[in-house]
Design a protein around this ligand. Structure first.
Ligand code: ZN
Length: 296
């Protein structure tokens, strides 16, 4: 959907144009531009904006810029406790622009990433594997520069999931409907092309945070049908992956139930040991040690 304008195997001409556009896009809010009439201050840095654009996108900004507060006169608002990068990304998504994407850094293949890193510091959003054949197309993307097919590795997927959740939370706070819808659609898109258990845990975590019940059930359907080998570390690995995520107690127990069902049905000798581990964990379950997931 979002990267279709960068076709597979693009030439050099397109590459330099994209790089120019990217640089321009990155600097866009740093100084007054095209009649900007307002300033948003985050982490002591200024972002120059158009108060009408922000007011149209967000009733919260509308109140700040047009209400009876002093911000309405000075047209400068300070957003306390927010991350500059996140607010900047929100603004990029509020402004209509071909290049704006939910991904904070567009996907680049390892080759192009190295070239880009030599110019400036890049964060690790784009951890990706190159795939020759696009067999799971919906989750794949093209390298923004050379057009190679890419798929995120599990760390990359994890980082992207966390970023989508933060974007959703800030969009919710400022009531930016457009971004809320974009994030929901992206999670739905990812849910329709789940490819492994941990990827399903990521989407499950998002579905609980965003209260997307259908997507949550789709994740459970995937988890209960997912074929994995049983070995003496199966429960340990799955539990550690669950602990890394903020997944509700209800979902945690459902996943344990699915595992038990699987082990009971399995003939593998490792299954018995894994059943014992889950049983032991449940028998000594302590709600106080479970932790407090941020969502109910
Ligand atoms: Zn590339």
């Amino acid at each position: 959907m979002k990267r279709t304008l960068f076709e597979h195997g693009t030439g050099n001409e397109k590459k330099s144009k994209i790089e120019d556009e990217q640089q321009e896009e990155e600097l866009i809010f740093s100084k007054p531009w095209k009649g900007s009439d307002g300033v948003v201050i985050v982490e002591d840095k200024e972002l120059h904006v158009h108060t009408t654009v922000l007011s149209l996108a967000s009733p919260v900004f509308e109140k700040m810029f047009n209400g009876g507060f002093k911000e309405a006169q000075t047209r400068r608002v300070t957003l306390e406790g927010k991350s500059y990068d996140l607010v900047e990304h929100m603004l990029k998504l509020i402004y209509p622009n071909d290049l704006s994407s939910l991904d904070p850094e567009p996907m680049l293949c390892p080759n192009c990433l190295v070239k880009k890193k030599q110019n400036r510091n890049l964060c690790r959003w784009n951890i990706a594997r190159v795939k020759d054949t696009p067999e799971i197309k919906p989750l794949m993307e093209n390298c923004r520069v050379c057009g190679k097919w890419l798929i995120r590795d599990s760390l990359g997927q994890r980082l992207y999931t966390k970023h989508l959740q933060k974007l959703y939370q800030i969009a919710n706070e400022y009531m930016v409907k457009r971004i809320i819808e974009l994030v929901k659609n992206e999670i739905d898109r990812q849910c329709r092309s789940l490819y492994d258990l941990f990827n399903a845990f990521d989407i499950l975590e998002s579905s609980e945070l965003l209260d997307l019940k259908n997507i949550k059930e789709d994740c459970f359907k995937f988890i209960s049908e997912y074929k994995f080998g049983v070995n003496p570390y199966t429960v340990q690995i799955i539990e550690s992956k669950l602990q890394e995520r903020e997944i509700s107690l209800e979902s945690n127990l459902r996943i344990k139930g699915i595992l038990l069902q699987r082990f009971v049905e399995s003939d593998s000798p490792a299954s018995k040991g894994e059943i014992k581990k889950i049983a032991k964990g449940l028998a000594s379950f302590d709600i106080n040690k479970y932790g407090t997931p941020s969502q109910k």
